[in-house]
Design a protein around this ligand. Structure first.
Ligand code: ADP
Length: 497
């Protein structure tokens, strides 16, 4: 049998064993067709290793394993036990924090400090949903004295979970926590750019004691394994996080196969609004974090920055200084804030947008060029004097690039902020409570952060208005994506007709 693991090395962990197989039925196995693909280190552009590639045949095998578990062992498992497995997995993730974070930095390029925070959040999500497992309750509905009616929240079945590369482990946790807590089984396909950390988590899934087939992890390409999963006739639900373009394809695949349920968390072009009365230093810190955190590779990145005219010039000048202070470089250094973009493709796309912005006549306040000569690093880039018609103000760039424009009134900024096909997140910076709540009410976005930005939490629902998606992840709201209501109604009296 082809090898399903390899010895790798990071500066944090030294040598470690990295699984490279598909995780199906609690075992690592090679793909049926024997195909593998390379995983690139975005900091060095060198190959880290190769992992097995799932094709349609492997998707069939993984879905069959998940179906068998769903109809068998998992159905017989009590909600309390489901919760215990999840809590155990959260504990194991914390115990392996250094390893998981280091692999995330190696594979994705995110700084080790941020990767550690991600792993902490992953454990938080999984433990939180472990707590929900035995609190999924129905209702008794009194319609008249002769009937007894109750509802149950039943699992949907086999869930195909397709995740992106920007938060490989965190997206893994969002996609397994609520699905597993509510009694579903899962086949999760990681992004082809970042398959490594989820395979280590897969090993922990087995160690946590989950029965075989409950959580299966496959590595492969979107157009092959992802497409097969979203069109599969025996997958009951697909949950996807990624680009709006692919989100549409997934909906189409669901519609033309078995009308599987769909939840989508897609792109964004989120406005971050700074009023004249804001605490300017705090606002700059949050705007900086809002766009440059995770190298701008966040669906909720605050990429449209609107500053009220009274503080515009001062803001732009101070924000420039703040952005220049962000340390860009080797993700394994503890004070690095910004690592490389994830791939050559992403690097090229972002640099293309930067060229567009320059050509359109926006002012480069800082950045706009490659950082260093190796790896996919891009300087933190700020454009000012950006107008609404420019591509850099309209389209999701998914990189360390933000566009600043000036506004005068509250009415005007609500209109401008909503002038987007997206509606994922938004930010407001002001000391005036009335302004804050009025503007929050006016914004068409799934999340509004006031005097902060990018502060996601496992208890708080997250998701998009408009073309940013459908359904909510995190919090109690996510449970609705993974349950369906069964109404059971019983006649107590004699026949009616
Ligand atoms: P990006 O453009 O940032 O790489 P994508 O939306 O293409 O993001 O990818 C997110 C996830 O969707 C990845 O796991 C990828 O493999 C998967 N994917 C890409 N194309 C398809 C598709 N046609 N069907 C299903 N999944 C896909």
């Amino acid at each position: 049998m082809a090898s399903v693991s390899v010895e790798l090395h990071t500066p944090i962990t030294g040598k470690f064993t990295q699984p490279t197989g598909l995780f199906i039925n609690n075992e690592f196995v090679p793909g049926v067709d024997g195909r593998t693909f390379e995983v690139i280190n975005p900091s060095t552009e060198e190959v880290i290793t190769s992992v097995h590639e799932a094709t349609e045949k492997d998707v069939d095998i993984a879905v069959a394993a998940a179906r068998k578990a769903f109809e068998g062992t998992w159905k017989q498992t009590t909600p309390e036990q489901r919760g215990k497995y999840l809590v155990k997995l959260a504990d194991l993730i914390e115990e392996n924090k250094d390893l998981l974070a280091a692999v995330e930095s190696l594979d994705n390029g995110k700084s080790i400090t941020m990767a550690r925070a991600d792993v902490g959040a992953v454990a938080g999500v999984i433990r939180y949903y472990g707590g929900w497992a035995d609190k999924i309750e129905g209702k008794v509905i009194d319609t008249n004295p002769d009937t007894f009616t109750y509802t149950k929240q039943e699992p949907i079945g086999v869930c195909g979970q397709i995740i992106p590369w920007n938060f490989p482990l965190l997206m893994f946790s969002w996609k397994i926590g609520p699905a597993i807590a509510t009694g579903n089984t899962v086949v999760i396909k990681t992004a082809e750019q970042t398959p490594l950390s989820a395979l280590i988590a897969a090993r922990l899934i087995k160690e946590a004691g989950f029965p075989p087939g409950v959580i299966n992890v496959i590595t492969g390409f979107g157009k092959i394994a992802g497409a097969a999963l979203s069109a599969h006739m025996d997958v009951d639900k697909v949950a996807f996080t990624g680009s709006t373009v692919v989100g549409r394809q997934i909906m189409k695949a669901a519609a033309s196969s078995n009308l599987k349920k769909v939840t989508l968390e897609l792109g964004g072009k989120s406005p971050n609004i700074i009023f004249n009365d804001a605490d300017i230093e705090n606002a700059i810190s949050w705007v900086n974090f809002g766009i440059f955190f995770n190298h701008g590779q966040c669906c909720c990145a605050g990429s449209r920055v609107y500053v009220q005219s009274g503080i515009y010039d001062k803001f732009v000048e101070r924000f420039k200084a703040r952005a220049l202070a962000n340390k860009v470089g080797d993700p394994f250094l503890p004070d690095t804030f910004q690592g490389p973009q994830v791939s050559q493709l992403q690097y090229d796309r972002i640099m293309g947008y930067i060229q567009e912005g320059k050509k359109a006549g926006a002012t480069v306040v800082t950045g706009g060029e490659r950082h260093g000569d190796k790896g996919y690093f891009i300087q933190p880039t700020i454009f000012s004097n950006v107008t609404e018609d420019m591509k850099i103000m309209q389209e999701e760039i998914f990189g360390p690039v933000c566009s600043i424009a000036k506004f005068d009134t509250e009415e005007e900024i609500i209109k401008t902020a909503n002038n987007s096909i997206y509606g994922l997140a938004s930010g407001i910076h002001t000391k005036d409570l009335n302004t804050a709540i009025r503007v929050a009410n006016g914004l068409r976005a799934g999340t509004v952060w006031i005097n902060q930005y990018n502060m996601l939490h496992h208890q708080i629902p997250f998701g998009g208005y408009k073309e940013s998606g459908m359904g909510r992840e995190l919090g109690e709201a996510a449970l609705a994506n993974y349950t369906q209501v069964k109404s059971v109604s019983m006649r107590l009296g004699n026949a009616l007709f």
